[in-house]
Design a protein. Structure first.
Length: 385
């Protein structure tokens, strides 16, 4: 029990040390707090120091931090600016879906002889997980009657490759995408939409002062109420649809609250939400244990690698044709490949809060469509032999 308490304290308070180091040392600050949290999580998750029963702690923290963070991140959002960008967001989502379907189908033709049985079922699961997320992967396992071992290996490889993909987006994504795609508009709805990353001195300066802390505590309480409402409504639907309902309700209520001037004006809500994202990044990275899966189904690993990065390439090329900006493509891709909870992580890494609503919206639409699309593509591929 004591080890679990220490683990919780580490997850909750170590991000403070990261922010201190970022403020104290310019070189550390250049790496970025999100990247450091993610790297530290990967290290502690793979050197064998986590105590027994840590999985329960990790699951609980991931389930708590994101539902609390999303409303806080949205309270200061400029919703009007999103409606001005909605057309490009939908074009980016369409480009991503086309890319995933094409690479899943062609990848099946390339890797179906790689020793994996019922690869068409895996193809359906990959369409589902890279259109929506893990809930779709689990749903399609049941819909397609996938062997438990096949499901486990597929899910594991997905987590590994998604981790590397996320690291790519955090470290090199802005530079690489920016060299190919047009830049994000520097203004929308009449105001600047850039923001200072949570690294460094400015974002958190004065957050503990009474003037900031009192209204910020009220905002946190409102976020907790929204979390409770979303979680309660989630229990009214089947488990396979629970995550869709919870995130949809939380996102909708967070957007609605941002339209209330007294809520929208509260200082540091975004920074508090990003602190919760730092906790989430640290926790979820520590859940990836690469050692348990070395050598398992290498053909499947190559197939999923081809789907993730081949789909990304097609997404970028199609988006370039439609003149979609780099930031929108990044958060759209993140929402579909890594799931909506990672959208704020990338928004923090690229220093653009205005794309959060777009990314979350794409993720919600993906959750809703993933089961249908994955099942349909699986049947289509099966019919092709």
């Amino acid at each position: 029990m004591g080890a679990k308490v220490l683990l919780i304290l580490f997850y909750v308070f170590f991000p403070m040390a990261i922010l201190y180091l970022c403020r104290k040392f310019p070189m550390v600050n250049k790496l970025g707090s999100v990247l450091i949290a993610y790297a530290v999580g990967l290290i502690i998750g793979n050197i064998g120091i986590l105590p027994e029963g840590s999985a329960g702690v990790q699951d609980a923290l991931t389930m708590i931090t994101i539902p609390l963070a999303i409303p806080l991140l949205l309270f200061s959002a400029n919703v009007k600016s999103w409606f001005m960008m909605a057309g490009k967001t939908m074009l980016s989502m369409l480009a991503a879906l086309i890319g995933v379907i094409v690479v899943v189908a062609t990848g099946y033709l390339i890797f179906r002889g790689a020793g994996m049985k019922e690869m068409w079922k895996v193809s359906g699961m990959l369409v589902g997980v890279y259109t929506g997320g893990t809930p779709n992967l689990a749903s399609l396992k049941m819909m397609l009657n996938v062997n438990p071992d096949t499901y486990l290996i597929t899910h594991t490889y997905d987590m590994i490759l998604s981790s590397f993909y996320l690291l790519f987006l955090i470290t090199l994504g802005k530079r690489v995408f920016g060299a190919i795609l047009r830049p994000f508009p520097t203004s929308a709805a009449g105001r600047s939409i850039s923001y200072t990353q949570l690294n460094g001195r400015d974002p958190y300066q004065g957050i503990l002062s009474r003037r900031v802390l009192v209204p910020l505590s009220k905002a946190f309480g409102l976020s907790a109420i929204i979390f409770a409402i979303g979680g309660g409504l989630g229990f009214l639907v089947p488990e396979s649809a629970r995550m869709v309902v919870v995130i949809l309700v939380i996102t909708t209520l967070g957007i609605g609250a941002s339209l209330i001037p007294s809520v929208n004006r509260i200082e540091k809500t975004f920074e508090l939400g990003m602190y919760l994202i730092l906790i989430f990044s640290l926790v979820v990275a520590s859940m990836a244990n690469f050692r348990n899966f070395t050598g398992a189904a290498p053909g499947l690993f190559l197939y999923i690698t081809y789907v993730v990065f081949g789909g990304l390439l097609l997404h970028v090329l199609i988006s370039r044709y439609f003149r979609v900006d780099s930031d929108t493509v990044m958060v759209t891709s993140t929402a579909l490949i890594c799931s909506p909870p990672f959208v704020p992580v990338i928004a923090g890494a690229i220093r653009n809060r205005e794309v959060i609503v777009s990314g979350l919206t794409v993720g919600i639409l993906g959750y809703a469509a993933g089961n249908y699309l994955g099942y349909a593509i699986a049947l289509l591929i099966q019919s092709l032999g």
